[in-house]
Design a protein around this ligand. Structure first.
Ligand code: S3P
Length: 166
């Protein structure tokens, strides 16, 4: 099986859905955020604080292109599409965009303290979501609306989509 990449904004459920989907497909799971943290031995928060976003993006790119090409569900960071190089790379892969409304994202992330961009009071996150929409669409093959669906339902929908389009 060709690896499947999940993209979408922070709080769209990529990690949870990746595990659900992996169970159904008998696949492994990789997460570019966790790969960065393991590889560079620092948390995302520490990387942003010490080196800034550009360094994080460079690390993230390295992890993305080193993900398993087969038998893996890959959960990516919400800003993976901030690099045109990543968009180009993703558009040649099996990519699913988990699309989530602003209201739902706010509901899910209201208590989050770990995501540096989400917690940066100087940034307009709604504007960021709107600016990223086009990039998620460019990078993906399929779009799944996630509002009012649980991770199991979303995973089932992905399995169906991929079977139909085989
Ligand atoms: C980011 C999303 C995060 C993480 C980093 C930057 C972003 O991943 O990669 O904090 O720019 O949207 P999640 O989408 O898993 O929260």
């Amino acid at each position: 099986m060709e690896s499947i990449y999940l993209i979408g904004f922070m709080g769209s459920g990529k990690t949870t859905v990746a595990h659900e989907l992996a169970k159904r497909c008998g696949a492994a799971v990789q997460d570019t955020d966790r790969m960065v943290e393991t590889n560079y031995e620092l948390s995302i928060k520490e990387i942003f604080a010490a080196f800034g976003e550009d360094t994080f993006r460079a690390y993230e790119h390295q992890m993305l292109i080193n993900t398993n090409p087969a038998n893996t569900i890959v959960s990516t960071g919400g800003g993976i599409i901030e690099s045109q190089q990543n968009i180009n790379w993703l558009s040649t892969h099996q990519v699913i965009y988990l699309k989530t409304s602003w209201a739902e994202i706010v509901r899910r992330l209201q208590h989050d303290k770990n995501r540096p961009i989400w917690n940066d009071q100087t940034r307009d996150k709604l504007a960021l979501l709107n600016a990223r929409e086009e990039k998620y669409l460019q990078a993906s093959k399929y779009v799944i609306q996630t509002d009012e669906k649980n991770p199991k339902e979303i995973a089932n929908e992905i399995v169906r989509l991929i079977r139909i389009n085989k």
